[in-house]
Design a protein around this ligand. Structure first.
Ligand SMILES: [Zn+2]
Length: 404
């Protein structure tokens, strides 16, 4: 259908949103070897039953997950359910969850945790392994460089932490908690770094996901729900002079409200399954306006205080927003539209998409390791911010054996 300016004029000029201060948020993914394929068959620590995989010659992935994976593949450019609040003192020694939560670990897209993974393994994890189950990422682990021993030790350490929690909660030690290792796809760009935790009691699952980040002297890891969710991080912009984020927020919003951007947005969102195609035009116009405003009003901009050699400011602005769709293809297309725009500030230069910086410590895609917020948390027991990657707390490994 034709996209008219009338549609756009239904959008109230929300100066409040334009002028409101951008909320500063703490921002904090994974790269992952040939080492790992053989590990998938090892039994003691890599517990996914071999026959489960062997029986899946034809990967069967549920449609909802498949939708995320399919679009992620095309665009590979680059909870809390609380039934029991853990008492930090009663669990394995770990960094207590801060009052306002741990920093958010932003992913690049909804299926990033499955990136580079063997499709048969994904199918098995998805269809054969019953819930509750969780995905885990290990801090300070660059899977491409990790040895099989490192992976094995990491899995053992993770199981020990979860086993300790289970004993504390269930008052028994009969748990058969399992951790399945990563498994590299034949055409993987790099080794995946996602592990599957399963065969866990519901209560333990809830405690794990509630705390989310488990920083212990032996290992630090973060839990993610198995079902993909869309990230709010969209892209980063570089090229502006050092400017307060509120100014960049205004520039981005005005660029999004330009006629061409709006028309391109409508062209994409019209194909969304939620689009009221059978309704009168005025209803459709209202839906367009409301949908666009949902996205625009959620915009947040965070300054990444990046410096070039010589202490020269090189500001990066991370852009966050909720893209109003539940459809992976629409999500990627709208994100692609927004990140490829040119953002012009007459007084502060021109901003374009910057390559994202992935933290080698927490794997978040919004900052480099040196700007990671996790090591700055009080009583942080995880790895520090130094660029001694791949050590995976090996200093602590020797002194941190707990109930192995
Ligand atoms: Zn980080």
């Amino acid at each position: 259908m034709a996209i008219t300016k009338a549609g756009k004029q239904t959008i109230p000029a929300n100066t409040k949103d334009i002028d409101a201060p951008a909320t500063q948020r703490r921002c904090c993914s994974l790269r992952a070897n040939n080492h790992f394929a053989p590990l998938a068959q090892e039994e003691e620590d890599m517990d996914l039953a071999p026959d489960l995989i062997a029986n899946n010659t034809q990967p069967h992935i549920t449609p909802s997950l498949q939708a995320h994976l399919a679009v992620a593949s095309e665009h590979r450019r680059i909870t809390t359910v609380q039934t029991h609040v853990p008492c930090p003192g009663a669990f394995p020694p770990h960094t207590a969850k801060p009052i306002d939560g741990f920093p958010i670990t932003h992913l690049w897209h909804s299926a990033q945790l499955f990136e580079d993974m063997d499709p048969k393994v994904i199918a098995t994890w998805d269809a054969e392994v019953p819930s509750p189950k969780l995905l885990a990422c290990i801090f300070d682990l660059i899977a491409d460089k990790a040895s099989p021993d490192t992976i094995r030790n990491a899995i053992t350490a993770m199981k020990n932490v979860i086993h300790g929690i289970n004993c504390e909660v269930q008052q028994i030690s009969t748990s058969n908690i399992k951790v399945a290792p990563l498994a590299r796809a034949e055409d993987a760009h790099s080794a995946p770094a996602t592990f599957l935790i399963y065969d866990i009691p519901e209560t333990v699952h809830n405690i794990l996901i509630h705390t989310k980040v488990w920083a212990t002297p032996a290992i630090t890891f973060e839990l993610f729900p198995f079902t993909p969710t869309f990230p709010t991080f969209l892209f980063a912009i570089e090229g502006f002079m050092p400017t307060p984020p509120i100014r960049i927020h205004t520039i981005i919003l005005s660029t999004w409200h330009m006629d061409k951007t709006y028309d391109d947005f409508i062209r994409i969102i019209t194909r969304d399954p939620e689009f009221p195609a059978d309704f009168p035009p005025h209803i459709q116009m209202e839906w367009f306006a409301k949908t666009f405003e949902t996205m625009a009003s959620s915009l947040e901009v965070c300054l990444l205080d990046y410096k070039k050699p010589g202490n020269i400011p090189d500001p990066i602005y991370n852009v966050f927003a909720e893209i109003p769709t539940t459809n992976p293809r629409m999500w990627h297309e709208i994100r692609s539209l927004l990140e490829n725009l040119t953002y012009v500030d007459p007084l502060n230069g021109t901003g374009k998409r910057a390559p994202f910086r992935q933290c080698q410590l927490c794997h978040c895609v919004t900052h480099p390791r040196g700007l990671c917020l996790f090591p700055r948390i009080d009583e942080w027991l995880g790895p520090n911010g130094n660029s001694n990657a791949n050590t995976m707390q090996k200093d602590n490994k020797c002194r941190g054996k707990r109930g192995n």
